[in-house]
Design a binder for this molecule. Structure first.
Ligand SMILES: Nc1ncnc2c1ncn2[C@@H]1O[C@H](COP(=O)(O)OP(=O)(O)OP(=O)(O)O)[C@@H](O)[C@H]1O
Ligand SMILES: Nc1ccn([C@H]2C[C@H](O)[C@@H](COP(=O)(O)O)O2)c(=O)n1
Length: 243
């Protein structure tokens, strides 16, 4: 593990399948930073609503339930825990049912207010710095982050990556690339077109197109960006001490 010279706040945003989680976890682990998966928080609140009889097609019902579950996130990049009302949700939040409902739940302003407050308090408590990944981190949650990265990749590359992860009921890899690409496009559209805090590149974010990069190359690129941001953050205090 190499040490960063200052506690940096890093925002990593981008559409689904661009490599946010894999990159953020690896960068945080390598640099000794905390890690927060904000998509997992939206998935956990969605899972809780599905399990507690909330009609996830009704924004008013979602809004009325937004304050009810206690969502808890771990920030260890090697073991990023997530629970709802004390129940481990790390497995169930990745099901198709949750994936299909999460865009609708996360579009409701009361849900966003609740989860944004939680995200800000977790980032404020991260004494050694943190990598926070999601859709609106650089634009809304942490607009003063020391570094903002926006990951992109072609729809074809993202669908191929996702298909590589997905298995059919009998354990075979999913080969319907067109259907995977369509599902990703539908989620992107919903996440980018919602009124409150849509998926959007912050004006001051560094865009990294990962289409033709290996995961290792993306990690290396972001580690370099974080180290530069941390050095720049430490600079004024070093200069002050020398005076
Ligand atoms: N540069 C890359 N080259 C090849 N595969 C990659 C690359 N980046 C990520 N992957 C793979 O693509 C899949 C999706 O990556 P990951 O979950 O990190 O994306 P994400 O942007 O966090 O997606 P989501 O927003 O849906 O959670 C994973 O299987 C990961 O190993
Ligand atoms: N900051 C965020 C993070 C996530 N969401 C919503 C929109 C996504 O489709 C969903 C799941 O995210 P994933 O686990 O695929 O990264 O959660 C959001 O609105 N804002």
């Amino acid at each position: 593990m190499s040490a960063t010279p200052a506690a940096v706040i890093v925002a990593i945003d981008g559409p689904s399948g661009t490599g946010k989680s894999s990159t953020s976890k690896a960068v945080a682990a390598q640099l000794g930073l905390s890690y927060l998966d904000t998509g997992a928080q939206y998935r956990a609140i969605t899972w809780w609503m599905l399990n507690n009889g909330v009609d996830v097609s009704d924004p008013e019902a979602i809004a009325a339930a937004a304050d009810k579950p206690v969502i808890t996130s771990g920030t260890d990049p090697r073991d990023p825990a997530i629970s709802a009302d004390g129940v481990d949700a790390s497995g169930p939040i990745r099901t198709q049912e949750v994936t299909a409902a999460v865009s609708a739940v996360s579009a409701v302003p009361q849900v966003r207010t609740r989860i944004t407050e939680l995200q800000r308090s977790i980032a404020a408590e991260a004494a050694d710095g943190i990598v926070v990944e999601g859709r609106d981190i650089g634009t809304t949650v942490l607009p003063h982050a020391d570094l903002k990265v926006f990951l992109t990749a072609s729809p074809e590359a993202r669908a191929a990556r996702r298909s590589g992860e997905m298995k059919t009921a009998d354990g075979k890899p999913v080969t319907d690339l067109a259907a995977t690409q369509q599902a990703l496009a539908a989620r992107d559209k919903a996440d980018s077109s919602r009124k409150t805090s849509p998926l959007k590149k912050a004006d001051d974010a560094v865009e990294v197109d990962t289409t033709d990069l290996t995961l290792e190359q993306v990690i290396e690129c972001v580690v370099t960006l974080v180290e530069k941001a941390a050095a720049a953050k430490a600079q004024p205090s070093v200069e002050k001490a020398a005076r």
